[in-house]
Design a binder for this molecule. Structure first.
Ligand code: ATP
Ligand code: ATP
Ligand code: MG
Ligand code: MG
Ligand code: MG
Length: 258
């Protein structure tokens, strides 16, 4: 109630506005998904159903919150980038991250059956989240490059690890064989021992997924004489680009951040 004698406690709320002109990024990540993926028998190293479910949840986030203009994800994580001038929830970090992470979790549970058909969801998954404050477009690019590099290194490592395990090694032994090895060694191991050219694995596994809205022309209805009436609609598009942080990508899609 307004003007009650207790109202002074409102001033104890943590102030956490992300100041302009910083760019706001929110990253969510599955809590203990190592266990979650085991309990739900994800295919290893990459369960395509789980990745497609994550992509569907991220698409739903972009559709729900128009101020989110770009997102990038892999494994059990997703980063969401707000447009530069966003005033959504007065740019308060706690409001933004709680909205996104709770909406994402709800959609994950609602859509589970669409992707896992007969597989029962055994317990409620949860996600943690944080806000990253990027002082410039260049910092945002560096942030995305860092996440995509993580995707690449983790996926290469996990691909080797699981090929070794499927080939008969124990997990401990496989870990030991890979410890301290460089990218080149891992690529060679895959090629020589398992005849796998890492580059030929699906781009979604190797590069992660980015989602952003582009304008597409759609037929909304037909006139009496049968000619289509076209409208420009903003639609979420998923791409598995090699270098989402690169200058070329951002020069092409710079208008996203405005
Ligand atoms: P934390 O709570 O710290 O995030 P975590 O167990 O989720 O703990 P992460 O570093 O986030 O740790 O790792 C995600 C885990 O989920 C990895 O073990 C990864 O193998 C598994 N995982 C996530 N998505 C998939 C997928 N699509 N297919 C197979 N495994 C997956
Ligand atoms: P905001 O996003 O700002 O929180 P809000 O619509 O949730 O918007 P609140 O002030 O939180 O606004 O009010 C909660 C609303 O939900 C009220 O309209 C209230 O009537 C309704 N509501 C919540 N719980 C119940 C309930 N158990 N029974 C009936 N109505 C409920
Ligand atoms: Mg996790
Ligand atoms: Mg993770
Ligand atoms: Mg409410």
């Amino acid at each position: 109630m307004a003007n009650s004698k207790y109202e002074y406690v409102k001033s104890f709320e943590v102030e956490d506005e992300v100041m302009l002109p910083n760019l706001i990024v929110v990253r969510i990540d599955g809590r203990d998904f190592r266990r979650f993926s085991e309990v739900h028998e994800f295919e290893k190293p990459d369960d395509g159903r789980a990745l497609n479910l994550m992509n569907a949840c991220a698409t739903a986030v972009l559709e729900e919150y128009p101020d989110i203009v770009f997102s990038y994800g892999f494994s059990d994580e997703y980063s969401f980038v707000f447009k530069k001038t966003s005033k959504f929830y007065q740019r308060r970090a706690s409001k933004l991250l709680s909205l996104i992470v709770s909406f994402f979790s709800s959609v994950y549970v609602m859509k589970w059956k669409e992707f896992f058909l007969e597989k029962e969801l055994k317990y409620p998954p949860s996600f943690h989240s944080r806000v990253i404050c990027c002082a410039s477009k260049e910092v945002l690019q560096a942030y995305l490059a860092w996440r995509q590099n993580d995707c690449h290194l983790n996926n290469l490592h996990d691909t080797c690890l699981w090929m070794l395990i499927k080939g008969g090694e124990s997990e401990r032994e496989a870990q030991k064989l890979l410890k301290g090895t460089q990218k080149q060694h891992k690529n060679e191991l895959l090629f020589q021992k398992f005849h796998i050219n890492y580059k030929n694995l699906p781009a979604m596994y190797r590069q992660g997924s980015c989602i952003f809205k582009t304008e597409v022309e759609e037929n909304v209805k037909y006139n009496e004489n049968g000619t289509p009436v076209k409208r420009l609609r903003r639609k979420a598009r998923i791409v598995h680009s090699e270098n989402i942080a690169g200058k070329n990508f951002w020069n092409e899609h710079l208008s996203l951040l405005k």
